[in-house]
Design a protein around this ligand. Structure first.
Ligand SMILES: Cc1ncc(COP(=O)(O)O)c(C=O)c1O
Length: 439
């Protein structure tokens, strides 16, 4: 056993190394603020521990996948059992087939499934499928929607300023102008604008891709169905990016929860229960474009890779879905989200702060601002500094969160966790107010 000082020294040494060997000191897209930087040692249930032995309530959950909690015994057992039989085959295997059956059982639009390893790949392929299927080029997305890191998706995901619709702002260097020109950007919950753009570009529109719950912004009643009708009016496909909402808002995802069926669904995160996976699911008539049987024809879509149908991810995913499928899981996930959202908004009222905790099911995002939040532009007008300051206070007190972004909850979060989160939020809000008053 290491002493607390030794453990803390190991963490410091690893952090110093990470700053040297990872660009920007980060293993991915973002990093915790310097003063809260940790190296994770392990996770269990709703908790994560750092290398120095400090315990946190985890509201990051691996950016969403860990929906039944860290190291759930059923998932650990399934992964261990599969690992002992081999990690990957590049061939049909039972876990992948059973997982695909589960997707078809759950997701209303799903008749067939193709697995990949990440959400970024899955959205990229869904858009390619739509192009090949319709013989068209353009894709419409909504400002502020996140669809991963591929060239078509990284347009106006987190633009620092607004642009003139339908022109987007690239989130990254390296996107050829020819690709940028194929992406139209509209405003979430703005049906008039979306209708105009869809009708204007209808002849060359392959797909509308959207997060049905855009980040934490809820669709207004009727919006999703109207977008689907518009897509179909011009012969385009509607793609729901359900990487966050799939197996989270309901067994059948957002399409079940909101009652609107898209043409294609993109899945990831919860589907693998923490192990890498992405998927595109849809009717056989569309999905057949990825079948090797039509290779060599213009409609054929190359989709897949080394880890497509990986048995380890599938076994862990299946175990996760098995737990989620049990009676009462989604009611519980919604109850946790509802409690925290209501508790935070109560605190806002108590402290005279315009705190809005928006979202659905077991995820929420906090904003400080008056007025209804219907789209990304509305959120741009809220108090960003206060949002970040509040999140940093949560972090300081031991709630893991990507500052200012969504908080995720799992089946492992207990009522005690909810109480603790709200207690910490109360202190955090008090501190933020005090600092603001002090100028
Ligand atoms: C809605 C949505 N789509 C796509 C992605 C990309 O998935 P991945 O990070 O697995 O590439 C994400 C990731 O956060 C997401 O939230």
């Amino acid at each position: 056993m290491k002493s607390a000082t030794e453990a803390s020294d190991v963490q410091q040494e690893l952090l110093a190394s990470s700053r040297q060997i990872f660009p920007g000191g980060s293993s991915g897209l973002w990093r915790l603020p310097d003063e809260y930087q940790i190296v994770v040692s392990h996770g269990r249930g709703s908790r994560v521990w750092d290398m120095a032995g400090r315990e946190y309530i985890d509201c990051i959950l691996g950016s969403g996948p860990v929906i039944i909690g860290h190291a759930h015994p059923a998932v650990v057992a399934a992964a261990q059992e599969q690992a002992a039989k081999g990690a990957t085959y590049f061939l049909l295997n039972e876990p992948a087939i059973r997982q695909a059956e589960m997707v078809v059982d759950a997701v209303p639009c799903a008749e067939q499934v193709r697995f990949v390893s990440t959400g970024t790949e899955a959205t990229f392929y869904a858009i390619r499928i739509a192009r090949a299927y319709t013989g068209r080029n353009k894709v419409l997305k909504f400002e502020g929607a996140l669809h991963g890191g591929n060239d078509y998706a990284t347009m106006s995901t987190t633009p620092p300023r607004t642009s003139d619709y339908p022109h987007g702002i690239p989130d990254t260097g390296g996107i050829p102008p020819q690709v940028q020109d194929q992406v139209l950007v509209s405003e979430f919950n703005n049906l008039d604008l979306t209708r105009d753009l869809v009708r204007q570009h209808g002849d060359d529109l392959a797909a509308i891709i959207m997060e049905p719950l855009q980040r934490a912004l809820n669709p207004e009643p009727g919006f999703l169905a109207a977008v689907r009708d518009l897509a179909h009016e011009v012969g385009a496909l509607l793609i729901f990016d359900e990487i966050v909402t799939g197996f989270r808002l309901a067994w059948g995802g957002a399409q079940e929860y909101y009652g609107v069926e898209p043409d294609l669904a993109v899945l990831g995160k919860a589907l693998g229960g923490g192990y890498p996976v992405g998927a595109v699911a849809g009717p056989a008539a569309i999905m057949e474009v990825v079948s090797a049987a039509i290779r060599g024809t213009p409609r054929y879509v190359w989709m897949g890779g080394t880890f497509s149908g990986n048995p380890l991810s599938a076994a862990a995913g299946l175990a996760t879905l098995g737990v989620l499928r049990a009676e009462g899981s989604f009611a519980r996930l919604h109850a946790i989200g509802d409690q925290v959202r209501a508790g935070l908004e109560d605190l806002g009222r108590e402290f005279g702060e315009p705190l809005q905790a928006i979202g659905a099911g077991p995820l929420l995002q906090v904003f400080f601002g008056e007025g209804e939040l219907r789209s990304y532009r509305d959120c741009l007008h809220t108090d960003n500094d206060k949002r970040i300051a509040f999140a940093r206070e949560l972090l300081r007190a031991g709630i893991l969160t990507n500052p200012g972004e969504k908080l995720y909850f799992s089946l492992a979060h207990s009522d005690e966790d909810v109480g603790r989160i709200l207690d910490i939020a109360r202190t955090a809000l008090k501190t933020v107010q005090k600092k603001n008053e002090a100028g």
